[in-house]
Ligand binder design. Structure first.
Ligand code: SF4
Ligand code: SF4
Length: 371
């Protein structure tokens, strides 16, 4: 494995190189005023010179005044969208002379290269790996897509006001789970990238990029960037205390306060890189063919727990409590870690700005008042 310095000209070869190796390259790009993930062909497709101004319930792109390739954090779309698509056909049923033909949907043969994946998102992929690939029942669609994927991580040089990966131990430095990891350095007239390989596939690409080997000074420059990002982390979260705070306050009035604001819109679950719930539908058409599809579902929907004509969680407060206690407490019992990586998306993309970092503090404060 190697660590090298490449200039922008050499770095611009990365995306075409990945395409030449047979990857469908997915990376950040600007679309309708938002940084989203999409197929990209070159560095020119990246959000060069843009950053976000985000807070609870707000998001806006702002010009940085430089040519940074990765001078932003994350948008609402996560690699989950490609590894575990929002709608997946599982089975098609057609008529033949011999009767009905049931055909399982083949696994998508595409190999994805994800460019610009942040440390929190790599941690989220690790969580989804445990859910979809490590249990007694594995998901072939996710597992195959993940096995074939190539990850270009990026160490964050800025933190959004809604970020709290430091509190969750998931960022801002990419420590594992990448094929290549990039740190962008912009100093006066200098614009270059430290590119470190983490796998043989990554080393193959790194060698093709060329450049010079890094020195101890370069490592210090990388460390300084990451330390500065940590110092500007927008929010904190009491990760070690969350289990107790949540499970000891299941009847707190804070849940009612949240219910007065929550629209049950499901945004928070749809943007979350670790949420994995789905529902299955059988769809027929007038020609007599049918398909079974799997779609993302959300614990904020009334249908999610509909049993015998009634929803088990009929109030928004009970649904928010289910989401927060599962994600931040019972996930430890189920998967051995928190289900939150501190990306802050659920805060930014909640239309009424409900903030899990504030609500956990409200729960703790309220429980002390009640004593
Ligand atoms: S719960 Fe919110 S902050 Fe945590 S991983 Fe999901 S979207 Fe990100
Ligand atoms: S917490 Fe916010 S994003 Fe989540 S369902 Fe309620 S209103 Fe929608």
């Amino acid at each position: 494995m190697s660590s090298r310095i490449v200039d922008t000209v050499r770095f611009d070869a990365l995306i075409p190189l990945l395409a030449q190796r047979g990857y469908t390259v997915i990376g950040p790009t600007v679309h309708e005023g938002v940084i989203v993930l999409d197929e990209i062909d070159s560095s020119e497709d990246l959000p060069i010179g843009w950053t976000e101004s985000s807070e609870a319930g707000t998001y806006e792109l702002v010009e940085r005044g430089d040519d940074a390739y990765f001078g932003f954090t994350i948008g609402p779309i996560t690699p989950k969208t490609y590894l575990y698509p929002p709608v997946q056909t599982l089975l098609t049923i057609t008529h033949a002379e011999t009767g009905l033909v049931f055909a399982p949907q083949p696994v998508d043969p595409r190999r994805y290269a994800f460019v610009g994946v942040r440390a929190c998102e790599i941690a989220a992929m690790g969580i989804q790996d445990r859910v979809f690939s490590d249990g007694a029942a594995t998901d072939a669609y996710y597992t195959k897509a993940r096995e074939r994927s190539f990850i270009v991580g990026v160490n964050c040089s800025v933190a959004a006001p809604t970020c709290f990966c430091s509190s969750m131990g998931t960022g801002p430095r990419c420590t594992s789970g990448y094929d290549l990891v990039v740190t962008e350095i912009i100093e006066d007239d200098l614009h270059e990238f430290v590119v470190r390989s983490g796998t043989e596939a990554g080393e193959d690409i790194a060698q093709a990029l060329g450049g010079r080997a890094t020195t101890a000074t370069d490592s210090l420059r990388v460390n300084a960037i990451i330390t500065d990002t940590e110092a500007h982390m927008g929010r904190t979260f009491p990760e070690a205390e969350a289990y107790d705070i949540l499970t000891k306050n299941l009847e707190s009035p804070v849940w009612d306060s949240i219910a007065e604001r929550c629209l049950s819109c499901t945004n928070c679950t749809l943007v979350c890189p670790t949420c994995f719930c789905s529902t299955v539908d059988d769809i027929t058409d007038l020609e007599g063919t049918a398909a079974r599809t799997r779609s993302w579902d959300s614990c904020f929907g009334l249908d999610f727990t509909n049993l015998h004509g009634h929803s088990v969680r009929s109030s928004p407060g009970s649904r928010y409590r289910q989401w927060m206690t599962h994600k931040l407490a019972y996930w430890y019992d189920q998967f051995g870690s928190s289900g939150c990586v501190g990306c802050g998306r659920c805060i930014t993309w909640c239309p009424v700005g409900i903030d899990i970092t504030a609500e956990i503090v409200n729960l703790e404060t309220q429980s002390k008042v009640a004593l």
